[in-house]
Design a binder for this molecule. Structure first.
Ligand SMILES: [Ca+2]
Length: 404
């Protein structure tokens, strides 16, 4: 362990430098032992144990790699990555030696292998017309700046028509840019101008619920039967509460329909109906995943994907990707996060099939936090952030608000 000059610890990443060169970085997983850390506990933990642990693990890695930390195990040179139209471009990350091994899934588009993504919440990014709200034109005007940061791709949070009860995640029209952000032509220009600069753009795909103001939901909330009656999950008697295990997940007293609807996050975000993996025969309102109305809704979601991909998007980030098909195996609002049903995976595999055949260079990443399912023939990658300790590590302000 001679020659280690500097150790930098940021959150749960430990960087080890020698001769001013980054030799290794380690991800310390301490969530199982420490469910929730406050900042003082975290600092104390790091000062006491992390450095020692890092050195031990680093030593083991060097020993296992034959003391040649300069060589990448894959043999790949991350300085050059394939670019659009087969050209090459400089990667944003330089070729600093990293010990250990890693593998890149062969099915993942090559441009993603070393890509750096930049997230933009459109409403707070850049306001081009002085109305106090960021907009797509503002992003276009800042593309050169974004490029100068060394990023390769942008993920834009929802920019679709919405009453904005959840910052635009409550979508009322999947096919139209919100007026506050501009027009569909602005979106098309944003894609084109990004591509001119070698930047790729992911849109935010939100398929698990809509806004209450979406015309589909408004139609389903009426007692009269319509095309959209089964596109959301309604019980069949407003006076009879759903089974106890769903407590807190249903909303009653909305619309003229004799039933209660299932929310998928906030009350204003009614769940789209992907069916139940195990419909209760005593609850006739629980539809199977292959019900014709369920399948029709799923086909509409595929049209949404193709619409934005055809306009020029390079892929998408999928919101609450694991919370589509419902099951009796979950309790209350846990269904928002932990359904993990095979039927949900089947939907995403169909979407993946669309990308593979029609948009082979596109990238899809899940907000799922369960890679075992998310990567099971579904997504190229998975956000991993719903683990215990996440709030304290990365959202300290949220943690303070929630815990005083
Ligand atoms: Ca504006």
């Amino acid at each position: 362990m001679t020659g280690v000059e500097r150790i930098v610890i940021r959150y749960n990443l430990v960087y080890i430098y020698r001769n001013t060169t980054l030799q290794s970085f380690l991800l310390i997983d301490f969530s199982p032992a420490a469910p929730m850390w406050n900042s003082h506990e975290l600092q104390a933990f790091l000062s006491r144990a992390a450095t020692v642990a890092a050195l031990i693990v680093y030593g083991a890695l060097v020993a296992l790699s034959g003391s040649k930390p300069e060589q990448l195990a894959t043999g790949a040179d991350p300085k050059v990555v394939p670019g659009r139209n087969g050209a090459t471009q400089s990667a944003s990350l330089d070729a600093r030696p990293v010990t250990g091994t890693y593998t890149v899934p062969l099915s993942c588009p090559s441009w993603v292998h070393s890509a750096v993504f930049y997230q933009i919440y459109p409403q707070t990014f850049y306001d081009s017309n002085g109305d106090g709200i960021g907009d797509l034109e503002g992003i276009v005007q800042k593309l050169d700046y974004i490029k100068s940061l060394g990023v390769d791709a942008i993920w834009i949070n929802p920019f679709f028509e919405s009453p904005f009860c959840d910052a635009g995640y409550d979508i009322s029209d999947y096919y139209r840019v919100a007026r506050r952000y501009g027009t569909n032509e602005d979106a098309r220009r944003l894609f084109n101008e990004s591509h001119k600069r070698g930047l790729r753009v992911l849109f935010d795909f939100v398929p698990s619920y809509t806004s209450m103001e979406h015309p589909w939901f408004q139609a389903s909330a009426r007692q009269e039967s319509s095309t959209y009656s089964n596109w959301y999950i309604w019980t069949d008697n407003i006076w009879l509460n759903p089974p106890e295990k769903f407590q807190g997940a249903f909303v009653k007293g909305h619309g003229t329909r004799n039933g209660q609807y299932l929310q998928n996050f906030y009350y204003c975000q009614p769940a789209l109906n992907y069916g139940f993996a195990d419909p209760d025969p005593n609850q006739k309102w629980q539809l199977p995943i292959d019900h014709p109305d369920v399948l029709a809704m799923r086909e509409e979601m595929k049209r949404v994907v193709r619409f934005w991909m055809d306009m020029g998007a390079d892929g998408f980030r999928a919101d609450m990707a694991g919370a589509l098909v419902k099951t009796s195996g979950t309790v209350g609002t846990q269904q928002f996060f932990t359904t993990q049903e095979e039927g949900t995976k089947r939907f995403w595999r169909e979407i993946r099939g669309i990308l593979n055949t029609e948009y082979p260079d596109a990238f899809m990443v899940a907000e799922w936090s369960y890679p075992v399912s998310a990567l099971d023939g579904c997504f190229h990658a998975d956000f991993f952030h719903w683990f215990e300790g996440y709030n304290d590590l990365f959202q300290k302000e949220s943690w303070r608000i929630l815990n005083g």
